[in-house]
Design a protein around this ligand. Structure first.
Ligand code: ADP
Length: 397
């Protein structure tokens, strides 16, 4: 039972081919610079060296055809025929309020994803292009849409309604949506498995810390709150995104600097965060190095990031009325020993006993707490593609 997972960005496309019999990755790859000169595809069949080929991909359809050619290739391929593909799962960033679960793509679904484009103007059009191209190339293969926002649709109103006049919610759907849902869902499930307890009985704070970051309160397997909101800048400090900022400060800056909404949006999305504070880089590795060398603003950026994460762990423990586990995932959460230490030190009052010696891990599942810690502290590498593949299979089975 073979399932292909596609994650289409505006100029790139990531893919993974799964054999769902044993949930094994058979091949994966990346197409870059779609629609731009100098395109490149990197394809890796599991167990073999990667092959890279340079070629222009004028649009997503051409890129997808190149992916399918790689999958069928005599030497580097994994399929004899495209008929072996049971279904294709697509990552879709925004499903608005319509989708609380993954769905089989129909004309109606395509229309609704398009209606959500104003909420995710960079992502949803690219996701749609990927789905439509696949439908044209493989009209008989079911296409499944898996939404980043779906997992957070269980949030109660008190978490997702903003304190602006209610009619703005009714008219424009201005509300907290939340993102990285597939990742929060995956790591919460894995944490429950690692703890050997049913997810339904657990209160977990999941910290997805990457270039983009969000924290979620997962109570009994359901998202009850999360730090990203209507857009993708709120909550904790990110690579280039600002995290929580008083909206009045934003209005003040627009006035003082003569910035229109587009220019201000650029500041909040691209010039802020770890990059904006440190003035060095959006990549936390560079900032950690600079901080170790004594750079004051690099230290400050790290401090603001970790303080923010710690603050939300406390807030969400209070919101859920208890805490059983804190999970770290994504690029920073899986790899930054320093960030995990700065976040977890000082949480003893919550019953979380951090173990510094166990924390020296990168990119693999681990407990980073003492054996008698009432609250478990865990590292769980995320696997959004596997969630997409599982949802895809379950919808066509
Ligand atoms: P995205 O949100 O783009 O998916 P990732 O989850 O891949 O991002 O996270 C990327 C970030 O992870 C990089 O910007 C880098 O700062 C951070 N990172 C990766 N490895 C390390 C490491 N060893 N130490 C600290 N930070 C790391």
């Amino acid at each position: 039972m073979k399932v292909l997972v596609l994650n289409c960005g505006s100029s790139s496309l990531k893919y993974q081919l799964f054999d769902m019999t044993g949930e094994e990755v058979m091949a994966k790859g990346l197409v870059e610079r779609i629609g731009i000169e100098g395109g490149r595809i990197k394809h890796t069949k599991t167990g073999m060296d990667s092959v890279v080929s340079d070629s222009d991909f004028p649009n997503h359809k051409v890129a997808i055809k190149a992916v399918l050619d790689c999958l069928l290739h005599g030497e580097h391929g994994s399929l004899q025929s495209l008929e072996e593909l049971r279904a294709v799962g697509h990552r879709v960033v925004h499903g608005g309020e319509k989708f609380a679960k993954s769905v089989v793509v129909t004309a109606d679904v395509l229309r609704t994803i398009d209606e959500c484009t104003p909420f995710a103007p960079l992502h949803n059009p690219a996701n749609l292009l990927g789905i439509k191209s696949m439908m044209e190339i493989l009209p008989k293969v079911p296409q499944i849409a898996v939404f980043d926002t779906a997992f957070h649709q269980t949030m109660p109103e008190r978490s997702f309604i903003y304190g602006v006049p209610y009619h703005y919610y009714e008219t424009y759907r201005v509300r907290r949506f939340g993102f990285h849902g597939t990742s929060h869902l995956y790591v919460a499930h894995r944490a429950a498995e690692m703890l050997g307890k049913p997810l339904e009985n657990l209160k977990i704070v999941t910290c997805h810390l990457g270039n983009g970051s969000s924290i979620a309160a997962v109570d009994g397997g359901r998202s009850v709150d999360t730090t990203l909101g209507f857009g993708t800048v709120s909550g904790v400090l990110m690579g280039t995104r600002c995290g929580d900022v008083d909206p009045v400060a934003v209005l003040h800056l627009m006035q003082e600097e003569g910035l229109d909404s587009k220019a201000m949006s650029h500041v909040l999305h691209k010039d802020s965060g770890v990059l904006g504070i440190s003035g060095i880089s959006s990549d936390l590795r560079d900032v950690e190095d600079a901080a170790a060398g004594g750079n004051r603003r690099a230290k400050l950026a790290l401090d603001i990031l970790c303080y923010g994460v710690k603050k939300y762990i406390g807030a969400y423990a209070a919101a859920m009325g208890g805490l059983d586990a804190v999970v770290f995932t994504a690029g920073v959460g899986e790899n930054s020993v320093l960030v995990r230490e700065m976040v977890c030190e000082g949480l003893e009052f919550l019953g979380a006993l951090f173990d510094k010696s166990k924390n020296a891990v990168r990119g693999k599942e681990a407990f980073i707490c003492k054996p008698d810690s009432r609250v478990a502290l865990l590292v769980v590498p995320t696997n959004e593609e596997l969630v997409i593949a599982r949802d895809t299979l379950s919808l066509v089975s």
